[in-house]
Design a binder for this molecule. Structure first.
Ligand SMILES: N[C@@H](CC(=O)c1ccccc1NC=O)C(=O)O
Ligand SMILES: [Zn+2]
Ligand SMILES: [Zn+2]
Length: 207
């Protein structure tokens, strides 16, 4: 065992996407037989597929693109909190939790049970959580959900509030097998210079 726990959704044709968004596809442009030497693949996918980060440009024309994000946010100590069954994610749901000493928190809601389908509803983040996290020095919020706002939201208040308070967003982490506790997190975006979001390979190692 390497000690790393993979908390990424596998990317294949079965990964669910936002309704109407680009389906995931991987195929060979050339097979080894055709090229005479190598298999060469191509991938098509939405930047918000599976386990991914949002760049502020996703919801703000002036916001940073993936290539401008600080990598330091996406690796380092992280606290995993277990909040199975909560209806929303706000300061009240995290009250009583000692989260000093880490800059990253991941919250397990358990609300996305069937990962072969896009969920119908999710517990949303209360925008009031953003200043609460900032006060405690949190720079990354990760959730086991495809969004931090209600799925039918167009104005995305939690996305905006988090960005305004310097809290970066990681969505779609798989925490089914992860115990609450402190871990080292790695979840670097791809170097997609202009992009609004990026899939990540996210992993945790107990600290
Ligand atoms: N905000 C969502 C993504 C999102 O809103 C979205 C993704 C793909 C296609 C349409 C989307 N929103 C449309 O209202 C996210 O954070 O991943
Ligand atoms: Zn996203
Ligand atoms: Zn998002």
């Amino acid at each position: 065992m390497s000690g790393w726990i993979d908390i990424s959704q596998f990317l294949d044709e079965g990964v669910p996407v936002w309704p109407g968004d680009t389906p995931f596809s991987y195929r060979l442009t050339w097979t080894k037989e055709e090229s005479g030497s190598v298999n060469v693949g191509q991938v098509a996918m939405s930047t918000h597929t599976g386990t991914h980060i949002d760049a502020p440009f996703h919801f703000d024309e002036e916001g940073k693109r993936v290539g401008e994000l600080d990598l330091a946010v996406y690796a380092g100590p992280a606290k995993v909190l277990d909040r199975e069954g909560i209806g929303w994610i706000g300061p009240e749901t995290l009250a009583g939790e000692e989260i000093t000493g880490v800059e990253r928190i991941l919250i397990r809601t358990g609300a996305w049970k069937d990962r072969s389908r896009f969920p119908k509803a999710i517990p949303p983040v209360d925008p009031a959580l953003a200043p609460w996290l900032k006060q405690r020095g949190i720079r990354l919020l990760g959730l086991d959900l495809p969004s931090v706002d209600p799925l039918d939201s167009k104005d995305l208040p939690a996305h905006h509030a988090l960005a305004r308070h310097g809290v970066h967003i990681l969505e779609g982490v798989v925490l089914d097998e992860v115990q609450a506790g402190t871990y080292e997190l790695v979840a670097f975006p791809l170097p997609l210079k202009q992009a609004d979001g990026s899939p990540v390979r996210a992993a945790l190692r107990p600290l």
